[in-house]
Design a protein around this ligand. Structure first.
Ligand code: ZN
Length: 689
């Protein structure tokens, strides 16, 4: 008896000391052995829901293309993925990769019903060999996307059939020879399968899944060496040496592949635990910024990597894929620079490349975008129509793939911590309902107009008082953030994490005050971009929308229009900025946020009720007035704004008041401004001057 007690006590000591070394979340599964334990755990779909303006944004998406596209776009209407005789490749899975999460985030019965039609057919298509999907598809690439659809569907529904289909498919990959050629999408994007593979391993713990992923990593494109060497740098861009082909070389310069592949060394790091792979991820992001970086955290590619000049395009697919890559990487590394960038992309590049009602999108967006039309351009390989807001400008990949952006962002705004708590990863109005501590369910409501305003209020709802930690990410661009809870006030430096471990009772609150000071960032040719919090600001240019017919029809669907947008006011302004005191002479106005958060007056908005488009009269949620001087010699080149003249620019004209709005609200814009070479007079910067 005595011996048993001693044994039991020593056993408990081992368990307790084991726990303190490596804490394990009891409520959500982190990677089991032998994988690396990740910094955070992504929560299952539906755990985080949108609120406030973010809910309006997702509702706009549901009322726009995402909720209607499958009713009129032949590639979805007749898709072989739900039993039709049409498209059998990536378009169906791409669409579902956004439709499924959107449906469950909004608890939208109609969208859930729509997605179930596809899901049932996909589940039924699973064959004895493990292969699934349309009979006529023999390519592994679209299944890599469909895998992610089944993963999210399972998280929302607990339907075990999804796990069966995925297990059988990964078994198929395990039993058949590797088939991941560098010259094909399935090869360059092979490690996309690892997202689902590791997830499946977390669900089932079957060791052979790790063998499958190892085989994919070893037999597909070597992105790690690519990021280490990075052959397609600025020099290659200037010398026009970036391969614009669709062979193995060209595919490594392809912007969407780059946006996807940045997570591949990180995914493999979980299994290899070799620092080399972690370094490759951060080196890769740094090289994108250095060589192809654009305002708002993007890198260019129209459609191969295109350099830093603000007239270059960035394809929409690369925006949503980069976001998803960063969301995956954040869970693995917990590095806050990744989350800063998630917010930059989500709050700038994503809304900036669709219309506010999400009925139209671009293929390529530009930082300095002063004309949206189908006239001759000098994109690297894209067609002249690539920057119009339409149904499928240039090529329809973005039309199929754009839907994942907002929903997956919402899914990853909160994550679980290894010590049974919750981490606030990206700020924005949301509600998280999750298990914490020893399995207690709590709800945290995040009320905020962030990123338009920096006040965040968190309210905890719980049946009984419960102790659990809350990790707050402190944005890297903020000097110091003030956090108040339980009568305490703390100031925390930007770029850090703040963990609050308290016993929370129902109604407890945490307030976070994030200072929204204006700052500037040096960009191409010494130009400057203006930022406030995670928002980039662009010159408001008066605009005229014109419905145009281009090289395809819109299948008679009235909401779907292709827009050309012409400038109706001057755009060639240089910025007067007081470098000693950036705020000097700038005036910020916060306006009410409308039903379409990323809109500005003059934007055309579709109304299904009236069956008409009408121009919005709503101001953008934040407006900044500043001073600018026209630069007459800065003009158009090949129908885009020419590169900004090298700053500082000698000025002759008089200062004028110019208006800046968030990039995401500006369908026409200047975001990289030349800076005027002028000594600022105090009275010049006074409001009203
Ligand atoms: Zn695309």
């Amino acid at each position: 008896m005595k011996n048993t007690t001693v044994l039991l006590i020593s056993f408990l000591i081992v368990i307790i000391s084991g726990c303190s070394e490596k804490k394990e979340n009891m409520n959500y599964k982190n990677n089991p052995q032998p994988l690396l334990r990740n910094a955070y755990i992504k929560l299952p779909l539906g755990t985080v829901k949108p609120a406030g303006w973010l809910k309006s944004q997702l509702e706009a998406q549901a009322a726009g293309l995402t909720g209607n596209l499958d009713d009129f776009w032949p590639d979805l209407v007749n898709s072989a993925w739900h039993g039709g005789d049409g498209e059998a490749w990536e378009r169906g899975p791409y669409y579902l990769d956004g439709l499924v999460p959107l449906a469950y985030l909004l608890d939208d019965e109609n969208l859930i019903k729509k997605s179930n039609v596809w899901i049932e057919k996909i589940i039924a298509s699973s064959s004895n060999t493990g292969w699934y999907g349309p009979a006529k598809n023999k390519d592994r690439w679209p299944l890599a996307v469909a895998n992610k659809v089944l993963m999210q569907y399972y998280e929302a529904t607990d339907d075990k059939r999804a796990i069966d289909v995925l297990t059988k498919y990964f078994r198929y990959l395990h039993e058949t020879p590797p088939d991941w050629p560098d010259k094909d999408w399935r090869g360059v994007r092979a490690m996309e399968n690892a997202v689902t593979g590791y997830w499946l391993y977390r669900q089932t713990g079957e060791q052979w899944i790790l063998e499958t992923i190892e085989s994919i990593q070893k037999n597909s494109s070597d992105w790690t060496t690519y990021y280490e060497k990075f052959p397609w740098d600025s020099a290659a861009s200037t010398d026009k040496k970036i391969p614009l082909n669709w062979g193995p070389d060209g595919l490594t310069a392809h912007v969407v592949n780059n946006a996807m592949a940045i997570k591949y060394p990180g995914l493999w790091y979980q299994q290899s635990m070799d620092e080399r792979f972690k370094k490759a991820v951060f080196a890769g992001i740094g090289k994108y910024d250095l060589n192809h970086g654009q305002a708002g955290g993007r890198f260019s590619g129209d459609e191969h990597l295109s350099g830093k000049s603000p007239d270059r395009g960035t394809e929409l697919c690369s925006v949503v894929e980069f976001m998803f890559s960063l969301e995956e990487l954040y869970a693995i590394f917990g590095d806050n620079t990744l989350a800063d960038r998630i917010e930059l992309l989500t709050y700038n590049a994503l809304p900036g490349t669709t219309t506010p009602d999400m009925w139209s999108h671009q293929y390529d967006q530009q930082s300095n975008q002063v004309l949206v039309s189908g006239v001759k351009r000098d994109w690297s390989t894209n067609g002249d129509y690539s920057n119009i807001y339409g149904l499928m400008p240039n090529f329809a990949c973005c039309l199929a793939n754009m839907h994942q952006g907002w929903p997956k962002f919402v899914e990853s705004m909160w994550m679980a911590t290894n010590d049974n708590g919750l981490a606030l990863v990206s700020y924005g109005p949301s509600v998280v309902r999750a298990r914490v501590g020893k399995g207690k369910e709590v709800t945290i409501t995040e009320e905020t107009d962030y990123p338009f305003n920096g006040s965040v209020n968190l309210t905890i709802s719980t049946e009984k008082a419960v102790r659990f930690p809350i990790d707050l990410r402190i944005p890297g661009w903020a000097d110091s953030v003030t956090i108040r809870f339980k009568g305490k006030t703390v100031k925390v430096n930007g770029g850090s994490n703040y963990k609050i471990n308290e016993k929370w009772k129902n109604g407890d609150q945490i307030t976070v005050e994030i200072p929204m000071e204006i700052r500037v960032e040096k960009r191409f040719n010494n130009s400057l971009s203006v930022l406030r919090g995670p928002l980039c600001f662009s010159l408001r240019i008066d605009k005229e929308y014109k419905s145009v017919k281009i090289n395809y029809d819109n299948f008679g669907y009235k909401g779907s229009v292709d827009w050309e947008i012409n400038p109706k006011s001057a755009w060639n302004y240089g910025l007067l900025i007081d470098k000693e005191n950036t705020m000097n002479g700038l005036k910020v106005t916060e306006n009410p946020i409308g039903k379409y958060p990323f809109s500005d007056k003059g934007d055309m908005i579709w109304s299904a009720d009236s069956g008409k488009y009408t121009p919005s009269t709503q101001d953008a949620p934040v407006v900044i007035t500043a001073r600018g001087i026209k630069i007459p010699e800065w003009t158009m080149k090949n129908n885009s704004a020419d590169i900004p003249p090298l700053s500082p620019v000698k000025s002759e004209g008089d200062p004028e008041i110019i208006t800046l709005v968030p990039y995401g609200c500006a369908r026409l814009r200047i975001t990289e401004f030349p800076v005027m070479d002028i000594i600022l007079m105090e009275d010049m910067m006074k409001p009203g001057k």
